[in-house]
Design a protein around this ligand. Structure first.
Ligand SMILES: Cc1ncc(COP(=O)(O)O)c(C=O)c1O
Ligand SMILES: Nc1c(O)cccc1C(=O)C[C@H](N)C(=O)O
Length: 416
């Protein structure tokens, strides 16, 4: 792989540990996002590099949720659907998430899991493409996809009479043709951290009249996404990683505004009906993005997410700053690993090129599962991913450069 690093080696000329300590202190001292860390519940003796599985808890969320439970649910009860804005929460919070992924209002709805939204988006995309041209009978799916997307793509393809073709994300633009109905691609690969080309793949899909569905789980809140700018058709993502919405926080679905009229939901629940309380036997879709709702929203976790998103209201917290810090953190971590871990012991699966890198570093090594267990025992929390990947997620809102150095040092102790 040409765009990947091969860190490792105490080669002559590598900065020594004391110099790395000074560098980490300097980088932390200059960090414009440094103060944001205090908003999160974190332990100083643990290096938490797993925000790409479960983001940390913002301190203010429990107080807000206590109010939702005690006052909105406990005292207002059923009145809260209107008076506390519960009914409209999926669209209201959708607009807030939309602002973080480059979507203007009215195109994002929050609710259900990412898995369910992948299904809605993909079946909706294929139905739309086939309504224009029934010869569109293929779905292309990112061959390295997170498993749930692959399982759902197989089912969605079967339901719509399509063949499913797994294709490497990098090859997708060249593989799309007149038979393609839809493509399903991960913006950032969960295993390697590779950032796939959203602009080029979406453009290629449009060239052939196909629709592009993007999974933003590992990019939303970590880097600029620019859905509107690139005229993405559909996008889905979870909110419990870089958006810190909490365990099981609801996911979101983006449908570009000019496609909403034609969106034919495969899950037309009563919450998306034009008049839910008319309780009509026949389905009539609601307007706009409301069409993508299904059943009763997950109010407690939705409102926890809404509170968590307040972290982004601080004018100092911009997605551009987050991206700049993410790249600086991952660069610094790779440099520390290169300086402290003996050569040849680990190999980076994450591209060196900033244009191809998400917000994580994945290192391949022998016995990775046991290595990660030992790292966690020593206070460095990442993930092991099959078959041989140590995955370190860098959430710029709360990760320090000194954390990156400490993680590399402990890794060197464990496998050096
Ligand atoms: C890229 C990607 N897609 C989908 C999912 C699954 O989402 P959910 O379990 O919320 O449906 C995850 C993580 O779990 C993921 O990393
Ligand atoms: N959703 C998760 C869960 O419920 C339990 C443990 C981990 C997760 C994750 O999100 C895993 C994550 N999507 C990944 O990229 O590996």
């Amino acid at each position: 792989m040409s765009d990947v690093t091969a860190p490792g080696g105490t080669a002559s000329g590598s900065p020594d540990s004391a110099e790395l300590v000074m560098r980490a202190e300097k980088l932390d001292g200059e960090d414009e996002l440094a103060a944001v860390r205090a908003r999160f519940a974190l332990d100083d003796d643990v290096v938490y590099l797993d925000g790409n599985s479960l983001g940390a808890l913002p301190h203010h969320v429990p107080t807000r949720i206590a109010d939702v439970i005690e006052r909105e649910w406990g005292r207002l009860r059923i009145r809260s659907w209107e008076e506390s804005g519960w009914w409209s929460a999926p669209e209201r919070i959708g607009d807030r998430v939309g602002a973080l992924v480059g979507a203007s209002p009215g195109q994002v709805v929050v609710g259900d899991s990412t898995s369910v939204n992948v299904f809605k988006a993909l079946v909706g995309a294929v139905r739309m493409a086939q309504a224009e041209d029934p010869r569109r009978i293929e779905v292309l799916v990112d061959a390295a996809t997170f498993p749930t997307d692959g399982y759902l793509a197989e089912s969605a393809a079967r339901m719509t009479g399509c063949a499913l073709h797994p294709v490497a994300a990098a090859d997708m633009p060249a593989e799309i043709d007149h038979r393609t109905a839809a493509v399903l691609v991960n913006h950032v690969d969960y295993r390697t951290g590779r950032l796939n080309d959203l602009a080029v793949t979406t453009r290629a899909a449009h060239h052939w009249g196909a629709h592009a569905v993007w999974d933003l789980c590992h990019s939303a809140g970590a880097l600029p996404v620019e859905l509107d700018r690139h005229r993405v058709d559909f996008a889905v993502g979870c909110t419990y990683k870089y958006l810190n919405g909490g365990p099981g926080a609801p996911a979101y679905l983006y449908i570009r505004s000019d496609l909403q009229e034609r969106f034919d939901s495969p899950l037309p629940g009563w919450n998306s009906h034009a008049e839910p309380f008319a309780m009509e036997p026949a389905y009539r879709p609601g307007e706009g993005i409301t069409k993508a709702r299904v059943g009763t929203p997950e109010i407690l976790s939705l409102l926890a997410l809404e509170a968590a998103l307040e972290v982004w209201d601080d004018p100092a917290v911009t997605i551009e700053r987050v991206r700049a810090k993410s790249l600086a953190l991952t660069d610094f971590f790779l440099e520390c690993v290169g300086a402290l871990v003996p050569e040849g012991v680990v190999e980076s699966a994450t591209p060196l090129d900033h244009g191809r890198r998400g917000s994580q570093v994945s290192l391949r090594c022998a016995g990775a599962a046991g290595v990660m267990e030992e790292l966690i025992a020593r206070g460095v929390v990442g993930d092991f991913r099959e078959p041989d990947v140590l995955r370190f997620g860098f959430t710029p809102l709360y990760t320090r450069f000194s954390d990156a150095l400490r993680a590399a040092r402990v890794l060197a102790e464990v496998i050096g």
